[in-house]
Design a protein around this ligand. Structure first.
Ligand SMILES: *Cc1c(COP(=O)(O)O)cnc(C)c1O
Length: 400
């Protein structure tokens, strides 16, 4: 009999440094009385990230959404932007905030990123850029997208919110395309409570982004652009600095969890594992997505999702629904299109994964899934639970 977890196991959980280290950092902030507006910790964080990403063209923001919104504005992107329906809503929202039209094209079934052939087929004279997403931290089809962008004179932007720490052939993922946005939100592999970063090829954008995130101020008396407020603060930078040190270890822990899930889930019919990263990729193990094959498993994805909740396993349907299916975007694309994205969105389930998730708990989650898959999980956990209690009572009575 498999018992539900006593406490909910969430899909993600923020990494935290030692409270003592954070307290020491706070004392510094208190001493200086400098809380925001490019303080010394933000400067230090920027230097460390510059080293980490191998690019000087880097700017920090209060969060990833504002970072990408400012990127589109600062790069002067206009008209139509080809993008993916299979992402977090913020990817599309930033287009709307810049009065750009999202053109959704389908994804490839292996790593769920934009399908280059579909991208090329969707290009029109109004297309100005491609906005692709490294879904779950797996790199997009980098070479193909780069070729298409160059051939048609389009800007190539990556929403790399999931991909911090990823390398391709030893090169940081931050160095691909014209620009990449990273999110340092608490639930990502690496975080600064909230936070965002842009890395980009052309240094001319640096002053532009700096103005835009600080109300358009060039100096004390000159406002050169109608900017917004997108500055990172000292508390965020402190968290980021403290979590950058254990990053490699945290990714190793994530990898061990991923390996265990893969070993344990491989034999369960109806649970399809996502393709392994290519040999050239140093992956960050950001998420643990699986596809549920309803016919093989005997349960729909939503049934499995609900069933797992009864065991206190809070898996997520990430990404579902597709962005074009949200009320605010409905009608932009005919619903019959995007077959791959639709299929994936209807089958995807992301299982709990965070660096300090115990391997024993991974085993228990897999036992629960196997138990549900075997069909013996039909009927709710609670009911099975009380049946078990009944049986125990019968035993006790029989023994006495
Ligand atoms: C988290 C996330 C964002 C938004 O980043 P924030 O830092 O939370 O604003 C954008 N795109 C994707 C794919 C994300 O997962």
């Amino acid at each position: 009999m498999i018992k539900p977890f006593d406490k909910p196991i969430t899909a993600a959980r923020p990494a935290l440094p030692s409270l003592e280290e954070f307290r020491i950092g706070l004392e510094g902030i208190w001493d200086r009385g400098w809380l925001t507006n490019n303080g010394p910790l933000v400067e230090q964080f920027r230097d460390k990230l510059t080293e980490f990403c191998g690019t000087k063209n880097l700017s920090l923001f209060v969060n990833g959404t504002i970072a990408l919104q400012i990127a589109l504005q600062g790069m002067g992107i206009t008209g139509d932007v080809i993008t993916t329906p299979y992402t977090f809503v913020a990817t599309t929202h930033v287009l709307f905030w810049n009065k750009l039209r999202p053109v959704f094209v389908d994804i490839e079934p292996e790593y769920y990123s934009l399908d280059p052939a579909q991208v090329e087929a969707a290009i029109t004279p109004w297309t100005s850029a491609i906005l692709a997403v490294h879904v779950y931290g797996q790199p997009c089809r980098l070479k193909e997208l780069e070729q298409i962008a160059r051939k048609h004179g389009l800007k190539l932007l990556y929403d790399a919110a999931h991909a911090f720490g990823v390398k391709v052939d030893g090169t940081s993922i931050a160095q691909f395309g014209d620009l990449s946005m990273f999110s340092f939100h608490a639930t990502k592999v690496f975080h600064s409570i909230e936070g965002g970063m842009l890395t980009f090829r052309d240094p001319k954008y640096l002053p532009m982004f700096d103005y835009l995130k600080n109300f358009g101020f060039k100096n004390e008396t000159e406002v050169v652009l109608p900017g917004t407020n997108g500055k990172m603060n000292e508390f965020q930078a402190l968290m980021g600095l403290l979590l950058l040190k254990p990053l490699d270890k945290m990714i190793e822990q994530r990898k061990a969890i991923n390996v265990r899930y893969r070993e344990r889930l491989a034999s369960i019919p109806g649970i399809r594992l996502v393709a392994q990263p290519a040999d050239t990729v140093h992956y960050n193990y950001a998420y643990m997505p699986v596809e549920v094959d309803e016919r093989e498993l005997g349960w729909t994805r939503d049934e499995l999702y609900t069933k797992l909740r009864e065991y206190n396993v809070l898996a997520r349907r990430y990404f579902y629904p597709l962005v074009p299916d949200f009320a605010c975007y409905r009608g932009l694309v005919p619903s019959a299109e995007l077959p791959v994205a639709r299929r994936v969105a209807s089958r995807i389930l992301t299982l709990p994964l965070y660096s300090d998730l115990a391997i024993d708990d991974v085993d228990r989650i897999c036992d629960i899934i196997a138990h549900i898959a075997s069909g013996s999980g039909r009927g709710t956990a609670a009911v099975t639970h009380s049946k078990n209690a009944e049986l125990e009572l019968v035993h006790k009575v029989a023994q006495s």
